[in-house]
Design a protein around this ligand. Structure first.
Ligand code: AMP
Length: 544
């Protein structure tokens, strides 16, 4: 017997309709160019999304058509989120920081019919257009005055929108319909597409808005620093829309000074980003001796947030929510929110807990397994391959790439982690970055977290280097803060006593910068290649 309840599909268009009707006067602020601040409301965004929907239909976009974007966080990109998915087509947000060949690959593999791009990417578009033959139109995200000179017949976004009225009703269709497509760049092989559904997006949006997750509410002013091309700014534009929060979209200027200025000007309460972004902001705050006056929470993920960063934000009265996820999980899977019983923990124990990547809320299920797939204990000590499942977790890749990826219905994350009885996860490494020393495993993240706490260190990475006696030993690679004269021995002294003795790196190498991937993560693959000629000092090589 079925329940007697209404059948209303969970569609992305319902989000913007809701925000218009119930939060129509709430502002969306956007910085589409360094010299331009644009302000309007959720009602205006809905109005323009419907105009854009009609413009897309006029351009021949049909249900299931793919529409690409090469764009920063702006109100126009937001309108594309709602208009493209709203008409039943699929928005493919492409990371413009990828190599040109990867961008071409993605646009062609996704079969994007139209590509919308921000002006700084006009030269890129000129280069890729001849090799992206399936793209019918390239649309510059600007008005007529700012249209770039180009050898290509470009269309102008504002003209396309202005040519339409907003007399349009969002179509209703199956909530399992594809809504968006995001490619994940594996370290080897071609990028693979994760195809999200309307249903999975709405469930993820509900999930991350919960008080025990990111706790997004109508009283928040949300500024996602996480790019809208990287798994939808971790879902924050949808969440702000669902709850009717003010949304601030910072464009391309993500340095400390520009972020601080926007935080203060717009009274931002909640922000998001990878650790590298916050290194820049914290350095700016330190040197300028200023502090954000309204910011309350920052969600940090994408790579491990060092405990020292959590402490620095805490000293400013800002709470860090450490989170873990991946493109294949929409992306948020775990968020670090203590339970009632944790609030009475001694400060050092609570701090230790808060450095973990958090626990899953309803909708995400986790387990860790050994190399034979046997489940390992949830005791916070055993570590193994982290597996995830849930209604916003990918069941496979677009066009079947990578074959059947699930293992007994679970998605193998490629991360190695511990899991405790309360569900708190601690990521120790990507499985391919784990260091195996004398049959034991060393967590590179564990060592990096301590090294970064040294005041002279700007960035730290630990990689395993082949060793004649121990298989592999950890090598610490450091970028010094400007003007600091930190030595190898000072660094090792600092680590001594804070790590198990055999976790202590055998050597320290200083570099000017560390390689990062297009999504801001340390690229240990590149670092290992850069240091392939490194040789251990004689004492270490002798097994000392
Ligand atoms: P992506 O699909 O590009 O978002 O990358 C997902 C990967 O980023 C995960 O599988 C982890 O290896 C890493 N990652 C994300 N969040 C964290 C975190 N809080 N701590 C450590 N690694 C993380």
């Amino acid at each position: 017997m079925n329940g007697n309840m209404m059948q209303m599909p969970l569609l992305i268009s319902a989000l913007i309709r809701h925000a218009d009707r119930y939060h129509g006067d709430v502002e969306i602020v956007s910085r589409p160019a360094a010299d331009e601040i644009h302000r309007y409301t959720w009602r205006d965004a809905h109005h323009r999304s419907r105009q854009l929907a009609k413009a897309l239909l006029a351009l021949g976009v049909r249900p299931s058509s793919r529409v690409g974007t090469l764009a920063w966080n702006t109100h126009r990109h937001l309108e594309l989120y709602f208009a493209v998915s709203g008409i039943g087509a699929v928005i493919n947000t492409v990371n413009p920081r990828l190599f040109q060949e990867q961008i071409e690959y993605i646009v062609n593999h996704a079969e994007d019919e139209i590509v919308f791009f921000d002006l700084p990417f006009a030269p890129l578009v000129e280069k890729i257009a001849p090799r992206c033959r399936g793209v019918r139109a390239w649309v510059a995200l600007c008005d007529r005055e700012r249209m770039p000179d180009s050898g290509l017949p470009l269309s102008c976004y504002e003209e396309l929108v202005a040519a339409q009225t907003d007399n349009y009703t969002w179509p209703q269709f199956d909530e399992n319909t594809a809504a968006s497509l995001c490619y994940t760049s594996g370290t080897t092989g071609n990028p693979k597409g994760v195809l999200f559904a309307h249903r999975s997006t709405l469930l993820h949006t509900f999930g991350i808005s919960l008080a025990d997750s990111l706790a997004v509410s109508s009283r928040d002013v949300v500024l996602p620093v996480t790019p809208m091309f990287h798994v939808f700014s971790w879902g924050l534009p949808y969440a702000a829309c669902m709850v009717g929060a003010k949304l601030v979209l910072p464009g391309a200027q993500l340095d400390g000074a520009n972020l601080y200025q926007l935080f203060e000007a717009e009274a931002v309460t909640f922000t998001s980003g990878v650790p590298t972004v916050w290194l820049g902001l914290l350095q700016f705050l330190e040197t300028q001796k200023v502090a954000p006056s309204t910011l309350k929470r920052v969600v940090i993920g994408g790579s491990a947030c060092p405990p020292a960063m959590i402490d620095k934000f805490a000293a400013l009265g800002i709470e860090v929510i450490h989170a873990w996820g991946m493109t294949e999980t929409s992306p948020v899977s775990t968020t670090n929110q203590p339970k009632a019983k944790h609030l009475s923990l001694p400060a050092d124990k609570l701090r230790q807990l808060r450095t973990k990547q958090g626990r899953p809320g309803f909708g995400v299920d986790l387990k860790i397994v050994d190399s034979e797939g046997r489940e390992l204990p949830r005791d916070g000590v055993a570590f193994g391959d982290l597996m995830v499942r849930g209604p916003w977790v990918a069941a496979g890749y677009f066009k079947g790439d990578g074959g059947d990826v699930l293992r007994d219905g679970w998605f193998p994350t490629g991360d190695v982690a511990t899991l405790d009885a309360d569900g708190f996860v601690q990521i120790t490494d990507r499985s391919k970055d784990v260091i195996k020393s004398g049959g034991e495993w060393i967590s590179s993240i564990g060592v990096e977290n301590i090294a970064i706490a040294h005041p002279g260190v700007a960035e730290a990475a630990v990689i395993g280097v082949a060793h004649p006696k121990w298989d592999e030993r950890p090598l610490l690679v450091i970028v010094r803060k400007e003007g600091e004269a930190l030595s190898r021995d000072q660094m090792l002294d600092f680590l001594r006593g804070k790590l198990a003795k055999w976790w202590l790196p055998d050597d320290v190498v200083f570099v000017d910068s560390l390689p990062h991937t297009a999504t801001g993560k340390l690229s240990k693959l590149t670092l290992r290649q850069q240091l392939k000629d490194y040789r251990w000092p004689a004492a270490s090589a002798a097994g000392g």
